[in-house]
Design a binder for this molecule. Sequence first.
Ligand code: GDP
Ligand code: MG
Length: 715
Amino acid sequence: MTSSKEIRVALVGNPNSGKTSLFNALVGANQKVGNFPGVTVEKYEGYRYYKTYRICFVDLPGTYSLSAYSPEERIARNYILTEKPDLLIHVIDGTNLERNLFLTTQLMDLQIPFILALNMYDEVKEKNIHINIDLLENLLGTHIIPTSATQKKGIQDLLDHIVAIKTGAITVSPYKLQYSQSLNNVIDALEKILSQAKDFKTNLPLRWMTIKLLENDKEMHNLVRQHPLWNNINQFLSHQTAVFKHLTGNDPETQFTEERYAFIRGALAETVSYPTYKKEDFTDILDRILINRFTGLPIFVVIMYLIFMATFRLGEYPMLWIEQFFSWISAGLEGMLPDTLFRSVLVDGILAGVGGVLVFLPNIMILFLGISLLEGTGYMARAAFVIDKLMHRVGLHGKSFIPMLIGFGCSVPALMATRTLKSRGDRLTTMLIIPFMSCGAKLPVYTLFIGAFFPSQHAGKVLFVIYILGIFIALISAKILKKVFFKGEYEPFVMELPPYRWPSCQSLFLQMWHKIRMFLRKAATVILAASVIIWWALNFPQHKTIHQESNDHIPSLETHYLTSAEKEYVPIKHEAEKKALHFEQTYAARLGKTIEPILKPLGFDWRIGVSLISGLAAKEVVVSTLATIYSVSSDETETSRSLREHLQNDPVFNPAVALSLMVFVLLYVPCIAASVVFHREAGAWKWTFLYFFYTTGVAWLMSFVVYNLSTLILL
Ligand code: GDP
Ligand code: MG
């Protein structure tokens, strides 16, 4: 046992990091050589009195990692785990940080206190390597003491830190390495199995054991193999490894290594600058341009622009084919079936609604391919890195930008991705601004209105501006929300930078297919159901008086301004007029007209109001509702028109209304599925209320501004 005046310290580090030199500088002549138990590896121990403490040092064998591949690694790790020194001094070669920090990430997994001796600091200065030590300390959650073992510099500082930690004057709380969601899921599941075995006694940290088991660590496997639990674990491991490999294309072991290096690369990119030549690999060379202070942001903007351009341009032709296909089917059905309600629900409800949305499948495929490519190549992390500085200005971290980018696909996984944010304030803020990202479901709305009201050479640009507007509003909102609700919470974070790689066609295809399947499933369920409901609300109640009346008075436009009671006595001649009048009295119309006054200042009529309400089921339903409305309300001569042509011929619509509507759809409250996830993740009604009113309020305000401005400019 350690007496209260004794501090036991172990030196751990890569070979040639200067451990032995540091050890000598620390203890001088007070040292003796022995052997580590059971092996012939020499064990250097020594002591030194400092400020009334007797500090005992041991110089562990140099290792690059804490796996159990070599005897040195085993000795070092067993010493740390079983002898439990009071403190570790992790010696790193300051001129070779990338390789040295790999061991650091492994020490972090152990969750044992350590401080860093940034050794060879003389060479660091000589080589003009600039290290932002304060920031690196923050990112790693430990204390860093620059030392120069051969020149005996920094020794006193190191001793002061050892004593200060012993007395509790300073503390260390190493940043727990955050692995990706896919790894975390497996770690959590396995850790649970281990923790539930009551008779399984161990002094080892469970999370670390779990990681080692997943890394195929032989010694850990041997340790657990003796326990009855082994069957469970073995089954879990072989099954999960296969699943993991299928999903990510990597086995967990490789994935751990990669994510560790991603962490290191990210930490170094923020804290270290090398003035002179440094041997660079492909990733370094690409990073020099892609995360460069000056070129990074413009490149990001260009890449996003290209993706939106492609989404629009390349999607155009297959979209026309699908459109023709559906109008061909509905024309066929109209010819074959008698004019009944059944035909109407089939053609005007289901085909118009679901078909109206499926038309945009090609655009959605291209957008999702783009997002999958950004994720798979490792560029997504760079985008977050580049945006990091911008995010700091609004009180968030670049790490929040990844959920935001995922939000371009769908808000549901985006909201869940915020779990990697440790600070609750950051997390809630990020969740509250994710609705402003343009999810894939909003794309059909944009594509429809841009296609109808803007010349095709400007289409990509308009789309791009809408996406950027979403990001912009999100950032401003973050600033406001942070100021009002989550003051002063800030935590440093490392932005992981994984290596660049070309994703395999298979994994690209799988990811894309997964997303498309979700879209198709949504079309077959939510959108189908919503279409039928909307069709019903647009056809009922079936107004008897109107159908019965057929005399030959002159039709009057003034019928619109009469009350419904008066309307029943207004004689009507034409079918179309009759139909229109009936239409105006349906449930949908009544609902729409109730909210019309609120939407009027945005340029919307009651039909748009109905579409926006039904769009809460899923954003695509805004489109399917409009399709059904036109299909139900149009007369025979117009039925062959596409939805786009209907819109172009409708006096209510013009480019200003189209812009206003797109902005509203961009910003107002997300679909029910996303809102449920929000509520679950936020965990309190007050946040859900804030979420609802904030998004919808911002949507109204922005649409109002956009509508009035563009009316002034465009019309
Ligand atoms: P170990 O393998 O970690 O025990 O490293 P050593 O203590 O044996 O040192 C490896 C080499 O680095 C030796 O040649 C040392 O002289 C040199 N070295 C150690 N510390 C420093 C330092 O702070 N500055 C410089 N310039 N060289 C150092
Ligand atoms: Mg040595």
